[in-house]
Design a protein. Sequence first.
Length: 370
Amino acid sequence: MNKRIFLSSPHMSGSELGYIKEVFESNYIAPLGEFVNRFEDSIKSYTGAKNALALNSGTAAIHLALRVLGVGAGDDVLASTFTFIGSINAILYQGANPVFIDSDLESWNLSPKLLNKYLLECDKKPKALIVTHLYGMSADIEKIAEICRSHGVYLIEDAAESLGATYNGKHTGTFGDFGIYSFNGNKILTTSGGGMLVSPNEEWINKARFYSTQAKEPFVHYEHEEYGYNYRMSNVLAAIGVGQMEVIEERIAKKRQIFEWYKEFLGNIEEISFMPELPNSRGNRWLTALTFAKTDYREVMQALEGINVESRPLWKPMHMQPLFKEAKRLVDGTSEKLFAKGLCLASSTTMNRDDVKMVADEIRKVISKA
Ligand SMILES: *Cc1c(COP(=O)(O)O)cnc(C)c1O
């Protein structure tokens, strides 16, 4: 049996251990230190974000964004329904109510049309929108940002999966009031766990930094006027992040190559549609995602499992989750249909052309049997 092929396995650059050694030699085994600053600087210079704050998860980054923006109990917060729960949980931490907006087929991401419709017709104005750039592909973000601006709704970009993806040359995560990135184990870069909050607003990032380190007022004794969190990134993990950032463009090139290989081997099958890439955008193709018009994706999953290859259904839309059965929504069936038909294929940057061909051949077998 071949070695298991994962959806997206960690892939170190080679410099990480050396940097960790530097951290150990300095003894800054702490959530502060040189590498935390270096990691933040590398994200700023790569994405063009003005301010950055390294945190222990992407979820923490979203939570701090909502807290700094003053989102609280009873507020409505709009969000992509076609996303991972990590995008939504922080809304609940703040006692606010998520309102789910469906995707469009042009991007599989949040529909600007439905967003605008909701904002024109709603009785209660939402405070913010959290828009996800799913599977590393940019949402129609310029339009979405414009709609948020014209309705006075804060924009938070969940770019957890889309580090390095751009729209009109500008990085996802830098269009909104806040953007967040994740460095969890299977993201395009990983620090084993971690996140980054970015914003054009320096004051907000300073406030988020304050909250992320237990909200200590500037006294030598610890004085507290507000409550905070323990959300800062460790200097050890930031050292991994600095090593990972050295290869971000290489990783994106490889992810995009894997997608091209899948297209080469499967593109002529009529019932298969790949997740689209919007004109003027560059996705990072974190995971190659596709739908089958006829074949049951569960049979494909099972067959791939038989050759020790991981695959995963598309995210189950949030408005379909039992947790959110009461939540407000504006949906038109798009994400439900995608969920019913779709699969994410193994897209680890350690894969070569033969690995991709093996996966594609197995998929062909299932389709021709049906
Ligand atoms: C991974 C992910 C998150 C959460 O990031 P963590 O670092 O795991 O907390 C949020 N949103 C999306 C879309 C994600 O894929």
